[in-house]
Each structure stands twice: as structure tokens, then as C-alpha cells.
Design a protein around this ligand. Structure first.
Ligand SMILES: CC(C)(COP(=O)(O)OP(=O)(O)OC[C@H]1O[C@@H](n2cnc3c(N)ncnc32)[C@H](O)[C@@H]1OP(=O)(O)O)[C@@H](O)C(=O)NCCC(=O)NCCS
Length: 147
């Protein structure tokens, strides 16, 4: 399976955000504040010409970690037909390499509690108590140093 990783537009994230992360919600709920900022990066994983995985990188900071050189990982989603095949892991690895090229040394996310093991597997650690994001569910902040 040959997967290509490339930068995509905010609009290109919408179908997978809706299918995987905002099931049953409007397409308007799939465009977020900051999506169109120049500092925000959206990355897609492509099988042939089909986008089967996405994530977004926001120049946002959390007070839960001390490092000032931070980016936030958001909108991590892999098409249900392609989950469990290493695509999410490879998307994060590609993104970490891109961030490191820009001198970013810390990556964090609000992880759904159902995805904590996925992030732990990628060397993220839990950096907060559990909290609730309205309409989405329980989360924790997770973070890792990019070495
Ligand atoms: C979570 C998600 C992004 C993971 O992507 P994926 O392509 O399915 O994951 P991968 O196949 O790359 O898995 C990488 C590793 O994490 C493990 N893993 C993946 N999802 C996991 C989960 N939910 N719980 C525990 N472990 C998980 C895999 O077993 C694999 O381990 P290995 O490297 O030892 O074989 C994907 O399943 C998804 O889109 N889920 C629904 C949306 C979601 O929860 N997004 C995250 C919001 S914070």
C-alpha cells in the first residue's frame, strides 16, 4: 500500500472531519477557528488520489506544558475502512518531521479518551486531568517533545 502525504486546504479536511469526528453534525461544524491562518497546516494521507487520513497543526499554546515552542495537533482522523493499518501513526510521524524543520520542539493535543492509547503508542504523555469538550466528549491534554 503506497501512501502519499501532502499539504491540503482546510476545505479538503471537511469530508473526513464530518465522517469521522463530527458524525451526524453539519458541514459548518467541520471548519474551525484558525483553519485559514497561514500558520495552520493541514496534512492529508492519500491512497491513489483518495484522501484517507487527515490532521491539522495549529500554532496554539497550552499552559499544561512549559516549552514555549509548541504546536497543537487537531482533527486527527483516518477513514474507518483504513483504520488500524498504520496510517494515523505515519501521518503524525510526517507532521513531526515537518514541525522539526520549522524549529518547533513540542507537540500537544486534546486527546479523546478513546484515543489515549494511540497517542501513548506514539510517545505522547498525559499532561492534564480529564475534561469535557461539549458535544464531543471526555478528553485529556497529551504532549511530546520533538527530538
Ligand atoms: C485514532 C486514529 C486516528 C488512529 O489512526 P489509525 O490509522 O487507525 O492508527 P494506526 O494504525 O496508525 O495505529 C498506530 C498504533 O496505535 C494503536 N492504536 C490505534 N488506535 C488505537 C486506539 N484507539 N486505542 C489503542 N491503540 C490504538 C495501533 O494498534 C497501532 O499500534 P502498533 O504501532 O503497536 O501496531 C483512528 O483510529 C481514528 O480516526 N479514530 C477515530 C477518530 C479519533 O478518535 N481521532 C482522534 C481524536 S483525538
Amino acid at each position: 500500500m503506497s501512501i502519499e502525504f501532502k499539504y491540503i486546504s482546510p476545505e479538503e479536511t471537511k469530508p473526513l472531519r464530518q465522517l469521522v469526528l463530527r458524525q451526524g453534525k453539519s458541514i459548518d461544524s467541520c471548519i474551525w477557528n484558525g483553519d485559514h491562518l497561514e500558520s495552520t497546516k493541514h496534512i492529508g494521507a492519500f491512497l491513489s488520489s483518495r484522501c484517507i487520513g487527515i490532521l491539522s497543526l495549529f500554532n496554539n499554546k497550552t499552559e499544561k506544558i512549559e516549552n514555549k515552542s509548541q504546536y497543537q495537533l487537531r482533527g486527527m482522523a483516518v477513514h474507518p475502512e483504513h483504520q488500524g493499518k498504520g496510517i494515523g501513526k505515519a501521518l503524525v510521524a510526517f507532521s513531526e518531521a515537518e514541525l522539526k524543520k520549522s524549529g518547533i520542539t513540542s507537540l500537544w493535543c486534546n486527546a479523546r479518551t478513546s484515543a489515549v492509547s494511540f497517542y501513548k503508542n506514539l510517545d505522547f504523555t498525559v499532561s492534564s486531568e480529564e475534561f469535557l469538550i461539549k458535544d464531543v466528549g471526555p478528553h485529556v491534554v497529551m504532549s511530546k517533545t520533538l527530538t
